[in-house]
Design a protein around this ligand. Structure first.
Ligand SMILES: Cc1cc2nc3c(=O)[nH]c(=O)nc-3n(C[C@H](O)[C@H](O)[C@H](O)COP(=O)(O)O)c2cc1C
Length: 358
């Protein structure tokens, strides 16, 4: 191990929660929900098991918000009915019983939606612009979305509020608004997908307005002692090579606006945490640190003790995606500084099958 510190197994105070270590399981969609929009039992059990395996934070997959247009993949989970709330309660309890905290992530897919799996079959986005690449799940182009009206915007915000109410009723310790990866919130933030000429487009302050309205609206229904987090990235799952923010200054101004919101932490999602950001000599997390006092969670190719300690030089908590998905012994092996593998996306495709994970 390099001399890059020894932070990973130290506690961290996140608002009123004391985390036993700096290790979190990143949010990972599994598409196992079927007709009920409740994940398969083994998918729910997996989350509890990862808490038992030693992670201090366990994220759910991203749940979808409103019923009309939010869904982008088949089998995604929702939490707006009593049956759905009841299905998540034992998961939350199971995670909490290990001393870990349970965080529900939620999002709207926007132009990355899939009209056929949405009851109203709508596809909406800030502007009528489709991603350049094909939808990998269908092998066909993404359809051009409808430009959202003010009514749509208000309705979508309400969808976030209703889903957050479900998460609160299920007892989650925290709720994360997914503003990353090129989904709806990210589409509003980026000039690449937002060419609006009203109050929601143009300047970075205008493109940020939708995020602001969501965060303000959901905070009102989250008890003060629970966490509200926000996830942000400069990359999207479609058109991955595109920089969603124009430059470091634009990223930093969004971070500053987020820092003025009633949120408790920022989750920075990178493709590779070691990469330099924009035209700077800083990584994305270093750049973020210079613009906020909020606690930072960091993710992206952090897979062994050395990369985790390195990541913690400019972050407070590290999130493991594929490594947490595929390796139940991750935390123990991080403790002993074992020789760990950096898993590929192909390795992770098992997430979308009905094979139970270890
Ligand atoms: C199967 C799978 C599903 C994912 N689903 C989500 C998701 O629902 N929400 C999200 O923010 N990120 C999602 N991600 C991205 C991960 O949270 C993480 O950012 C990414 O895997 C990079 O971290 P890693 O290099 O440790 O794997 C997913 C990743 C995988 C592999």
């Amino acid at each position: 191990m390099s001399n890059s510190g020894n932070q990973l197994f130290t506690p961290f105070k996140l608002k009123n929660f004391t985390l036993k270590n700096r290790i979190g399981v990143a949010p990972m969609t599994r598409m196992s929900g079927g007709e009920t929009s409740i994940p398969r039992q083994d998918v729910l059990d997996f989350l509890v098991r990862r808490a038992e395996n030693g992670s201090a934070i366990v994220y759910t997959e991203a749940l979808v918000t409103d019923f009309e247009s939010a869904q982008g993949y088949p089998g995604q989970a929702r939490i707006t009915t009593q049956a759905q709330i009841d299905a998540w309660k034992p998961v939350v309890k199971g995670i909490q019983q290990t001393g870990a905290i349970a965080v529900m992530q939620l999002f709207h897919c926007g132009r990355m939606g899939w009209p056929e799996v949405n009851p109203a079959r709508r596809l909406i986005a800030p502007s009528p612009i489709a991603p350049a690449q094909d939808n990998p799940l269908t092998g066909t182009p993404y359809p051009v979305p409808e430009e959202m009206t003010q009514f749509d915007i208000d309705h979508v915000i309400n969808g976030f509020v209703e889903t957050v109410k479900g998460a609160v009723a299920a007892g989650f310790d925290g709720i994360e608004i997914h503003g990353a990866h090129g989904y709806l919130i990210s589409q509003f933030l980026s000039e690449y997908s937002n060419t609006r000429t009203d109050n929601y487009g143009g300047t970075v302050e205008n493109r940020y307005r939708f995020t602001h309205e969501i965060l303000q609206a959901v905070r009102k229904v989250i008890p003060e002692d629970k966490l509200l987090l926000f996830r942000l990235s400069n990359w999207g799952v479609a058109d991955m090579e595109v920089s969603l923010f124009k430059n470091a200054a634009e990223w930093q101004s969004v971070i500053q606006m987020l820092s003025a919101e009633p949120i408790d932490a920022l989750s920075v999602s990178t493709y590779d945490f070691q990469q330099k950001a924009f035209e700077t000599q800083m990584t994305m997390s270093e750049l973020t640190r210079t613009s906020t006092n909020l606690p930072i969670l960091l993710c992206g190719k952090i897979y062994n003790r050395q990369t985790a300690e390195e990541a913690l030089e400019h972050a407070d908590i590290v999130l493991f995606g594929k490594s947490a998905l595929l390796n139940p012994d991750l935390v123990e092996q991080l403790k002993t500084d074992s020789d760990l593998k950096c898993f590929s996306s192909e390795d992770a495709n098992i997430a979308y099958t009905d094979t139970p994970l270890p």
